[in-house]
Design a protein around this ligand. Sequence first.
Ligand SMILES: [Ca+2]
Length: 192
Amino acid sequence: MIQITKTQIGFLAIGCVICLILGLIAGYMIAPKEIELHSYNFGGDTDKLATFNSYAVDGDWSTKIEWNTTQLGDFNVYVIENFTIPNTVSNIKWEFKAYHRAGGLIPEPMKVSYWNGSSWEQLYILDDTEHVNEIFFETLDLPTESFSNGKISIRTDIRYSSHVVGGLLPHPPEQLWHYVEYFEGKIIMIGT
Ligand SMILES: [Ca+2]
């Protein structure tokens, strides 16, 4: 029969505690983490929006910037979101949520780019046949050059197009729409 002394139980308990602490540290190091938005700015036809610009960066994944759909024409709005990244990070992703109302009026109604230190590099393009008439999420891998200086800037361009077609018998005039609306985006990083 195997006998276990109180001393052995003590060592066993200490060993378990150490393993638990090491496990927690390892989990903390590899668990995905979000980092807070440092600053942002908007550009383009922001006067064509029906909502506050800030709905794109308010941290609320249920609010979005929306177009005033009574207007006709082609417009573009972009938001640039800036983050400060710890220099120990090795893996960064960008996740966003958007809505695509498809209508075949414009190609590439949404683009996402990152700043490489001297120019904007394209990371993602939404094709007009993707995510048709639905809310969608995308998670994109960011290349090392996008955060090698401890900062990262993401630019999201969304477009709007609306035109009246028809008007000749037997087709009455009809207003068509095609646009993307943007809810929110965030950096996800792996590392410490
Ligand atoms: Ca929002």
